[in-house]
Design a protein around this ligand. Structure first.
Ligand code: URA
Length: 217
């Protein structure tokens, strides 16, 4: 094998990680990936609601199983439905821009949605759809065990915090919350910023605050 082959470099990096941090770190990462993957396989054929008849893909989530930060959006849109990957359309590009702004990328976070299937025409999720789908999100959070959760937009925030359906995003954005002991921040949904560019400054400020508070070490 070429002494500089990618496989050899990865192997020597893993040996280095094992020496410095102990084998448990690698075993735990492997275990988390497997658990998450098994969980995805166990739910991706879901037919609990009518969205299963119109979806092209069940969109489980994407990113690192070791991520400190979990982002939760609303539901897949057209491009996400086509690809099976969350936040890859226009709103996703704006999310990527904000992540880069604070030195993160899609491989250093995990991202998912309240609904795993696209509501036709991108309408708001119905209460029944949320009720049937949200147990998947709660189990994902249990498996991922993030250090902080960011709810993108009102639907994610109200679902995770069990708040009444008339709670405004502006009021939630200014408060600190917890989800079963895990700090939870509420940010504007990037799609809302695409509709109202005047809020872009505040949108980026929220990410800067996230960095200051949770990414210091
Ligand atoms: N909007 C969302 O809330 N989630 C996606 O995956 C894409 C757009």
């Amino acid at each position: 094998m070429d002494p500089k082959s990618p496989q050899k470099r990865i192997r020597s990096y893993l040996a280095y990680v094992r020496d410095v941090f102990g084998a448990e770190l690698l075993v735990n990462r492997e275990k988390k990936m497997t658990e998450l993957d098994l969980y995805r396989k166990s739910i991706e054929q879901c037919t609990k609601c009518a969205l299963s008849q119109t979806r092209k893909h069940f969109v489980f989530g994407d990113g690192s199983p070791d991520a400190d930060i979990l982002f939760v959006g609303e539901a897949p849109g057209a491009v996400e439905d086509e690809t099976g990957i969350p936040f890859v359309g226009r709103a996703g590009k704006l999310l990527d821009k904000a992540l880069h702004h604070i030195g993160l990328d899609r491989d250093s976070i995990f991202i998912t949605n309240v609904l795993k299937c696209r509501p036709p025409g991108n309408r708001d999720p119905l209460p029944d759809e949320i009720a049937l789908c949200e147990p998947y999100l709660h189990r994902q959070i249990e498996l991922l065990n993030p250090r902080v959760i960011v709810a993108l937009g009102r639907i994610a925030a109200r679902t995770l915090l069990r708040l009444p359906s008339d709670t405004s995003l502006t009021s939630m954005r200014k408060q600190s919350f917890e989800y079963h002991g895990v700090p939870l921040c509420v940010f504007y949904h990037p799609a809302a910023i695409l509709r109202n560019a005047g809020r872009e400054g505040e949108y980026f400020q929220d990410f800067e605050k996230l960095k200051e508070t949770y990414l210091k070490d």
